[in-house]
Design a protein around this ligand. Structure first.
Ligand code: ADP
Ligand code: MG
Length: 265
């Protein structure tokens, strides 16, 4: 199975250093949550693993190889991406959207083979969306669309899945469906997450970014201490046990003043 490693990654956007000195490993089969306030550099860091942004220092490695040493096609065979705000034209059916995931494995003009068709069907099955294969993607609910986009990523047959806030804008049940699915897949997974409680209850490890740097990484219930959450997010936090699931959970509350304390670390 696939391993992802960021080694001392620094990224500039224009004149500004947006990400600095990030070293982080995602081990085979692990689900790692990337959390941090808005603008802390999560999406920018992920883009270096997508092979979209080239770091100015360090390197992002997939199975020990720099993503920039791979061609775009090779990179796309090793890692699949689910980004925010995927808008697709109403002309695309769900099947067609998932079939797009086959592109890195085919020639430009190759038609869909029986094998492709089978892989797409299995991917839709895995996210429980086979019933919608012929529907227009644009007519699905947000949660259904997100599951189809995960199916598209699965159709790529990559061992590494990278997601950027995949539960945004979903209702509470759809959020859990996406998170349960990610756990169930068993792929090496790095996902930016907005909700600290999702990070605590679904991730093997959590990585915390602030001001473009990685400030902590480890087992969520050990890393997301009240002090760290206060320092990084400017809110109060308590870790306890979820009364329904029995797993660790985090409760957060306002720091109690306006304006909130300066949360720059
Ligand atoms: P996050 O995903 O954690 O919210 P981002 O990685 O999107 O954070 O953004 C990190 C920082 O980079 C933000 O402060 C943002 O304003 C800045 N930024 C994003 N794009 C550019 C750009 N093209 N030029 C300069 N700064 C940018
Ligand atoms: Mg982001």
């Amino acid at each position: 199975m696939t391993r992802l490693e960021f080694r001392d990654v620094g990224i500039d956007l224009g004149p500004a250093r947006i990400v600095s000195g990030v070293s982080l490993r995602v081990e085979p089969g692990e689900v790692v949550g990337l959390v941090g306030p808005n603008g802390s550099g999560k999406s920018t860091l992920l883009r270096s693993a997508y092979r979209v942004l080239r770091p100015v220092t360090g390197v992002a490695l997939i199975d020990g190889e720099s993503v920039w040493a791979l061609s775009a096609r090779e990179a796309a065979r090793r890692r699949a991406i689910v980004t925010q705000h995927t808008v697709l034209d109403a002309v695309f059916s769900v099947h067609e959207v998932v079939a797009m995931g086959r592109t890195p494995r085919k020639g430009l003009l190759d038609r869909e083979t029986e094998h492709d068709h089978e892989v797409v069907g299995k991917a839709l099955d895995a996210v429980h969306m086979k019933w919608a294969a012929d529907r227009s993607f644009a007519t699905l609910s947000g949660g259904e669309q997100q599951r189809v986009l995960i199916a598209r990523a699965l159709a790529q047959e990559a061992g590494l899945l990278i997601l950027d806030e995949p539960t945004n804008h979903l209702d509470v049940r759809a959020q859990f469906e996406v998170l349960d699915l990610l756990r169930h897949l068993g792929l090496t997974t790095l996902t930016a997450l907005h909700d600290l409680d999702h990070a605590v209850s679904y991730c093997d490890r959590v990585a915390v970014m602030a001001g473009g740097e990685l400030v902590a990484a480890g087992v969520p219930a050990e890393v997301l201490t009240p002090a760290l959450v206060h320092d990084v997010f400017g809110v109060r936090a308590v870790l306890d046990t979820h009364p329904i699931t029995g797993r660790p959970r985090i409760a957060v509350a306002s720091a109690g003043s306006w304006p909130a304390p300066d949360n720059a670390v």
